[in-house]
Design a protein around this ligand. Structure first.
Ligand code: PEP
Length: 258
């Protein structure tokens, strides 16, 4: 199955507009020559418009880190799918930090994914088990439940290029921001044995085989190749290392040579 690699940077709650204005031109310069990999950056809401202007013509895509599922209304502090889609092509949904700190559940994640797809946004749907769940041998049940519940009631179709407008990011919570990445082999096994079969049971083998699945959790330029050489891993969702131009460029380079 030919799936175009994709590397997405999740800036989390980092970078003011002024800081983004320094980082983005470095990324644009460094990523210009790297072909065969889709590149996405997901800054905080406040710098989306400035970053969008700086990315014009660069081939680097823009994503948001969250949205609310309602179309509009009295929801102070929230941003609607249509508002996000005015500016971005991608949106991260169900990141473990949102599940842990902001009470997001499989049900709210599912509503957000549906709302994103309705307005043509491409969700980067995050799943992954915690350290305790991993220790207790619950990885299979947790990740399967997250995939099935998060994508319940959703219909997906391939576009003319065979692309499916959804990415799944396998992000073991114990590997996020800890410097302790999963091994490439372990991450590949989770995708092969849990995520793709769950996708196949929801959407059929063909669509499941076309959905790109990223790995996330302490990816950096020096360990990225270990993930990209795995058969089931189609790229990375990168947090901390996406805040440094040389690191992010190094990761995209690693995805390009596999
Ligand atoms: C993330 O925020 O999705 C992430 C994977 O973070 P980090 O790369 O810093 O572990």
């Amino acid at each position: 199955m030919n799936r175009t690699p994709l590397v997405a940077g999740n800036w989390k709650m980092y970078k003011t507009i002024a800081e983004a204005r320094q980082l983005v031109p470095e990324l644009v310069r460094g990523l210009k020559e790297i072909q065969g990999v889709q590149k996405v950056i997901c800054p905080p809401f406040t710098s989306l418009m400035s970053v969008k202007a700086l990315l014009e013509g660069s081939g680097i895509h823009l994503g948001a880190q969250n949205l609310f599922w309602e179309k509009e209304g009295a929801y102070t502090g929230e941003v609607s799918p249509t508002m996000v889609a005015e500016v971005c092509e991608y949106v991260i949904i169900g990141h473990s930090e949102r599940r842990i700190y902001f009470g997001e559940t499989d049900e709210t994640v599912n509503r957000k994914i549906k709302a994103a797809l309705e307005v043509g946004l491409i969700p980067i749907f995050c799943v992954g088990e915690t350290f305790d769940e991993n220790e207790k041998g619950l990885t299979v049940s947790v990740v399967r439940r997250q995939v099935e519940a998060g994508l319940q009631g959703i219909e997906l179709r391939q576009n003319g290029h065979g692309d499916v407008p959804l990415l799944v990011a396998y992000e073991p919570v114990w590997a996020i921001g800890t410097g302790k990445a999963a091994s490439g082999e372990f991450a590949n096994e989770v995708v092969r044995e849990i995520i793709r079969p769950a996708l196949a049971s929801l959407f059929g083998e063909k669509i499941a085989g076309s959905i790109r699945v990223l790995y996330g959790g302490s990816v950096k330029a020096s360990n990225a190749a270990e993930f990209f050489e795995q058969t089931e891993i189609d790229g990375a969702l990168v947090g901390g290392a996406s805040l440094k131009a040389d690191e992010f460029i190094g990761i995209v380079c690693a995805a390009a040579v596999i």
